[in-house]
Design a protein around this ligand. Structure first.
Ligand SMILES: [Cu+2]
Length: 239
């Protein structure tokens, strides 16, 4: 009888689909290619800031810098030299926004690494005021350190050629910001408060295409479809 039961159980187990036993279908779902995201970052406005000033992005995502009030740049530096352009790094050049504009200048930068990418604005004293950001920061403290280092510099160095992305325009109605009222739109506005830190990447290639609409940068990942179909073993003991 014991022998008979063993045979029965063995047959039941081997009849289960491999998917169920090893969860391979769930694994396949997780390995599905994640769609590239367009992640808006507002540059300038009532204050000289990057908003958000810490962003987490995957390789292939596009950081879409949207230039609000004032005249700003998105220029790559290093943590050690926060307000000086990194040789061969990313640079949007100066992109202004003036009262009454119905379009917004953008700089689309394709993220090509998951290492931290340090960015600053090279206009006037903006960097010393804390207008810096990190794509894929290692941790929150890194952003604090970067802002503090920027505030400790004497002056900024201008970038040279536009590199690491493409300039374009979007309709103001599609932008991720509302322009400052005419009076408050000071190009040399107040300082930039630091924010929380997401991780950065090195985008050194030109953007694949010009994004023409400001999309919401909410990363939708394939929610882990873990199919946990519990197939119960037939525990019928044949007596
Ligand atoms: Cu600026």
């Amino acid at each position: 009888m014991l022998f008979f039961c063993s045979i029965f159980l063995a047959v039941s187990v081997s009849a289960l689909p491999a998917d169920t036993m090893y969860g391979t279908s769930g694994l396949r779902a997780n390995l599905k290619a994640r769609q590239a995201q367009v992640i808006p970052v507002v540059v300038g406005g009532p204050q000289d800031t990057f908003n958000p000033n810490a962003v987490t992005a995957a390789v292939g995502d596009i950081i879409q810098f949207q230039f609000s009030n004032g005249n700003h740049t998105a220029t790559q530096s290093t943590l050690e030299a926060p307000c000086t352009p990194l040789g061969g790094g990313i640079n949007s050049g100066h992109i202004p926004f003036q009262d009454g504009q119905t379009t917004v200048g953008t700089f689309n930068m394709v993220v090509s690494t998951t290492d931290p990418i340090f960015m600053f604005c090279s206009t006037g004293p903006h960097c010393q005021e804390g207008q810096v950001m990190i794509v894929n920061p290692s941790n929150t403290q890194q952003l604090l350190d970067f802002v503090k280092a920027a505030q400790g510099t004497d002056k900024s160095v201008e970038g040279t050629a536009i590199a690491g992305g493409t300039t374009s325009q979007i309709e103001l109605t599609n932008a991720a910001f509302v322009p400052a009222p005419a009076e408050a739109a000071g190009p040399d506005g107040g300082g930039a408060p630091p924010a929380a830190a997401p991780p950065v990447t090195n985008a050194t290639e030109p953007a694949a295409e010009n994004a023409t609409g400001a999309k919401n940068g909410t990363a939708k990942e394939d929610g882990g479809k873990t199919e946990t179909k519990e197939k119960r073993l037939p525990v019928l003991l044949a007596f």
